[in-house]
Design a protein around this ligand. Structure first.
Ligand code: ADP
Ligand code: ZN
Ligand code: ZN
Length: 767
């Protein structure tokens, strides 16, 4: 008799871990780790996932009384190594095991048990994005000897269409009226045959013209060093980490491609994570060009059906290289040899809903469990990764940093000019462009080159800012910065939806609520405004392409705009953060940052790091070709180390200041920081629950060296959608196990109607 550990798909903190069930002989082969099964729990049917198999029942359990697994609902979605990663995630991130397992499951393949009548019958509901087969038609060997009659024009047309190879039935139907009849007539004569093939939804075959497929003739010294380190990490087979610290344009992508080739040559699979926004056709095109159909693509813009098909290509071993955004981390790649995280410093690798994991840390765990090597790449590595490389080992594996300080072919890093906008304003210039940047843009137009303009926004639209003190008005109900809507001349809160006419806020004279200045101007202006000013500044034959949330809402719009920019002879690309990454257009000679400060003003210990990363990335878009690049950074805070470091191409300038601040304030990477948020509609209930939580964390952690409990306090976003939000911040030594302690404190609160608790270990979003 065999037994299985099954985690039930009932997400509650109160139901911990896996339960043991008996495996009936009839199901012995089918019940495997990762399979979805139907069981009985507490007299009702329940869906569960097999986490482990046992030969005998665990100590203390009576074999005879264990309930059997009723049915296997779906084939394995994960293997034992990934099952261990899920178990680790549940502990590390203080979430129920079922929640940690969920990201590993096949996209859109959910099962639910639904009560049909009170206390009685139930039914199983499946939400399967089942694979779809489609019919294809091809010529048979008989076809060469077959000559359609002169009058059979449609037969001729059909055979001509098939001459180059098999064609989808659907395409033939679109091409030729009555195709189905012609096909069946020819099928009877044995001239064509019809077969079924799995339809792969969401296949993208178009690539940008500038996507480069060829291998470079020679790798740079930095690239060779990086590959040697990666090869060593692969050979060690214990999850060693290599940080490729290469300036923008130093050829990191080429390193990934070569490393994957090496891994593929050994018959192993590879996983590449890129930030969602840089998962453009350009990036995908480079991987497709090198590895063709061996690549599966996974990101959130695909429909569920498309995601399932790509996921299944990996599981069935039809594609051995998966390129995708954060959630691709959980793709079932057999025999994993290499995991790459490009732009590893990016915030998009932190998941902000349960399970609240960081892809870098889960990838390190996955690599350790599977023996794969982990490669992290960035021009601006996170302070976390730098600290681990500094230490040399972290959680039992080696962390190595390889520097790639040069661009291939000696392409130069662009020169960076910092423009003080307060001075510009005081000298009477009211435009969004400083005089220097305006002149540089006109120069680009004259020389028929290309420019990129970045608007630094934190996901908000325009907001109103005092040009004398930098103050930004906030919603009195949500403590969210209010956005300004030019068309209606109103201020709006995007958390609660309230609006104010500008004239009435904060008082009829519209003065700064902080310093009383009258210069309360729309700052962090919308891309539309920049576009309008640009069109007035430049001759009409310069293409102005705007890329923001509005212009990219439609599927494929992002790629279309990039193609337009690529194809244009002389153009300016204006956009938000989404244009900062991964674009590689050699004709770009000018980059302008319209407002560098916006992110510096956030109430967050990572604000400076974010700003530095963004500026360095966007500056890297200039001068990737033969012509030198120029960068203009407009700011109200010219002396800030983050801005100075970008100007001098000297990261150490920024790091020295930043590391000192973090060490002193006991912030990551020198400590761990968790944010426990409690929210609900009843302010008093939230207050009580949060007080109790803080008390229990203090009782558990208070005595331990290096632990510190801050709060409870209102969150910076103290109120959102009528929910009151309070939180407790917990700091602990860098190697402390935070999740287990916080998970048990959260469980201790028990179930309270109307009160929600979220434990965010290694939190990024602190507002
Ligand atoms: P990164 O990912 O570091 O920003 P890329 O891999 O995109 O850099 O490389 C920048 C440019 O340099 C690309 O156009 C790429 O094709 C080219 N390149 C990369 N490696 C080499 C090399 N060894 N020799 C010549 N060109 C190279
Ligand atoms: Zn002011
Ligand atoms: Zn509000």
């Amino acid at each position: 008799m065999a037994f299985a550990q099954v985690v039930l798909d009932i997400p509650t903190r109160l139901l911990e871990g896996a339960f043991c069930y008996a495996v009936p002989d009839g199901l012995a082969g089918e019940v495997q780790v990762g399979a979805t099964v139907l069981v009985t729990f507490s007299h009702r049917a329940a869906v569960g996932y097999v986490m482990g198999l046992l030969d005998e029942a665990p100590q203390g359990l009576d074999e005879a009384r264990l309930l059997p697994i009723e049915r296997v609902l779906a084939a394995p979605a994960f293997d034992e190594a990934r099952g261990r990663v899920a178990t680790w995630m549940a502990r590390e991130y203080a979430c129920p095991l079922s929640e940690a397992v969920r990201p590993f499951l096949a996209p859109g393949q959910g099962f639910r048990v639904r009560r049909v009548e009170e206390g009685g019958a139930w039914e199983l509901v499946s939400e399967a994005a089942a694979p779809v087969d489609e019919r294809w038609v091809c010529l048979t060997d008989e076809a060469c000897g077959f000559e359609p009659r002169k009058t059979a024009a449609r037969q001729r047309a059909l055979m001509a269409a098939l001459a180059e190879g098999p064609v989808r039935m659907a395409e033939l139907t679109a091409l030729l009226s009555g195709a189905a009849g012609v096909v069946s007539a020819l099928q009877k004569r044995g001239v064509v045959s019809v077969f079924e093939r799995r339809r792969v939804r969401g296949e993208t075959t178009t690539t940008l013209s500038s996507a480069r497929a060829e291998r470079p003739h020679q790798l740079t010294a930095g690239q060779r060093d990086a590959l040697a380190a990666i090869e060593e990490a692969c050979r060690a087979g214990r999850g060693d980490v290599v940080l490729v610290d290469g300036v923008t344009g130093s050829g990191k992508t080429e390193v990934y491609l070569s490393a994957i080739e090496a891994v593929r040559a050994q018959g192993k699979g590879a996983l590449v994570l890129v930030p969602e926004i840089s998962l453009t056709a350009q990036t995908v095109g480079r991987f497709r060009a090198r590895f063709g159909d061996d690549v599966a693509i996974l990101h959130s813009r695909l429909s569920v059906g498309e995601r399932f098909d790509q996921w299944d290509l990996a599981r069935t071993g039809q594609a051995h290289v998966v390129v995708g955004a954060r959630s691709a981390l959980f793709a079932p790649i057999p025999n994993l040899g290499l995991v790459v995280i490009d732009e590893e410093h990016e915030w998009t690798y932190k998941q902000e809903s349960a399970p609240r994991y960081h892809a870098r840390d889960v990838a390190a765990r996955l690599a350790a469990e599977t023996g794969a090597a982990l490669v992290l790449g960035s021009a601006t590595p996170s302070l976390e990764s730098l600290a681990r490389c500094e230490a040399g080992t972290w959680q039992g594996v080696t962390w190595t940093r390889v520097k790639m300080p040069e661009r291939p072919g000696g392409a130069l890093l662009p020169t960076v000019r910092v423009v003080d906008m307060a001075r510009e304003f005081q000298s009477g210039n009211r435009s969004v462009f400083s005089r220097e940047l305006a002149e540089a843009l006109q120069g680009v137009a004259e020389r028929r080159e290309k420019a990129v303009l970045l608007l630094n926004r934190r996901g908000f639209a325009t907001f109103l800012m005092c040009r004398d003190c930098g103050c930004v008005p906030e919603c009195p109900h949500c403590s969210t910065s209010l956005t300004y809507h030019e068309r209606t001349h109103a201020l709006m809160c995007h958390t609660c939806g309230r609006t104010w006419p500008v004239r009435a806020f904060p008082d009829p004279s519209t003065r700064c609520p902080n310093c009383g200045s009258r210069y309360l101007a729309a700052f962090g202006m919308g891309t539309q405004r920049v576009e309008d000013e640009l069109r007035m500044l430049l001759p009409p034959d310069v293409d102005v392409i705007r890329m923001d949330a509005d212009s990219t809402r439609q599927k494929g719009a992002h790629q279309r705009l990039l193609e337009e920019f690529d194809a244009s002879e002389c153009a300016v690309l204006v956009g938000t953060q989404m244009i900062a990454k991964g674009l590689d257009f050699p004709e770009v000679t000018l980059v302008g940052v319209v407002n560098a400060d916006t992110t510096l003003k956030m109430p967050d210990f990572r604000a400076a790091e974010r700003t530095y990363d963004l500026l360095e990335q966007v500056a890297g878009r200039a001068g990737r070709g033969e012509r030198a690049g120029q960068v203009f950074v407009q700011t109200y805070w010219a002396s800030h180390p983050a801005i100075q470091a970008v100007a001098c191409h000297d990261r150490d300038l920024f790091l020295a200041a930043e590391e000192a601040d973090r060490r002193e304030g006991l912030y990551p990477p020198y400590a761990r920081l968790a944010n426990v948020v409690v929210w609900g509609k009843d302010a008093q209930g939230v207050r009580t629950a949060c007080d109790e939580l803080a008390a229990s964390v203090r009782a558990e952690a208070g005595e331990r060296a290096g632990w510190e409990v801050l709060g409870p306090a209102d969150c910076a976003k103290a109120k959102a959608k009528d929910n009151y939000r309070r939180h407790v911040l917990v700091k602990a030594p860098a190697d402390a196990e935070l999740g287990e302690l916080l998970g048990s404190c959260a469980r201790g609160l028990g179930r309270r109607p109307g009160i929600s608790v979220a434990v965010d270990v290694d939190a990024y979003d602190l507002v």
